[in-house]
Design a protein around this ligand. Sequence first.
Ligand SMILES: O=C(O)CCC(=O)C(=O)O
Ligand SMILES: [Fe+2]
Length: 379
Amino acid sequence: MASFTDNEDARRKSSINTHEYFVPVAEGLNTKEGISFDPSWLSPRFWSPEEAKKAHLPANLPAPDFVQVFQLDQQASSTKEATLQQVGKSAYDIANACLSTSATSAVLFRGLSAKILNAKDFTDFWKACLAEPSSKNRKKWNPVSYVPFGVQRNTLEGIDLVTNFPPENALACHNEMVYNPQPAGRIAFYCLEAAPDGGETILARNVDHSRHVSQELQGMVRKHGGIQYTRRYYDKRNPNEDSSNRFHVSWQEKTGTQDPNEAIHFFESVGFSVPDQVHFETYDDGFQKLIVKNVESGFNAQGNWFNILNMGMFPLADGTVVPKAMIQQLVLDEWRSVHALKLVPGDWIVLNNQTLQHGRLPYRNSGEQKRTILTVYTD
Ligand SMILES: O=C(O)CCC(=O)C(=O)O
Ligand SMILES: [Fe+2]
């Protein structure tokens, strides 16, 4: 932890207007120790423990030295004027300024538990981040909805919680909604409660994946025109469909409407083109399915690796199937770019979702302490 004078020094050096509520932490997350790599984090669909023993594994996950860190100034923020709105505006100003430069892909605000104790407080703070900026030169943040393949997230007071993924498994790094035509520009996580054991946030820069993923695979994706993402939503009136599988969703549940035209419009409003990417198709049983199918290049605006080919579920644009051995190698190679940090209560991390991936390590909750992390997204 920086001393008061270090912080003063850092504040003077910083070109960012912190509105007195935040102090830059000059040393960032530049800690020496990392977390040793555990082969059980590798997707068991592609790696058995025996195979992992023979592989060339990463040694450890270092701390992410590229995250810009700011600490809530306890003195300034305890004044009467320091409402959640003021603190939110200030955090927005800092995050927006930092993320507007290509040099920064992550900003971490620490110490916010002095102001934000629950999801309701966070809602007020987040509203201030989304308000019209005081200067026309600043980009307004517009919230975007989370549109995954399957079911929506669980929520707390109307705010999304992190993906409901089995705690005992590592959730590998990914860019949110990378399979949609318009993935979110930013994703941010607020930690209300950390897991007593594990649950570290993991981060990987897309530019680093471009160095570690085999040139052969990158070339193959380019040569075959990108990656094909297909979703098939059944009609909930069809009694033959299995509604117990969470990836098997009806179009009515997915889009929140019973009206087929409105269902198509739902996808249109999040960037899919109609009718080529979204349409109803009639099946042999007489019921229709809503088919949503798009091709994405697999690379971001900077030309870096940006896709979920590692799930082994998606063909290339012309129907070519990537050999299983290449996906297996990809799953491993993507861990070579991974850094880890543990969010503690009061931490808010804002990420450029176009250039930085996130995920998390396995964790265990205890009776009294349950990992609780809120999630928001903007354009
Ligand atoms: O559990 C987490 O920290 C993040 C999970 C995740 O990838 C998400 O919620 O988008
Ligand atoms: Fe995610």
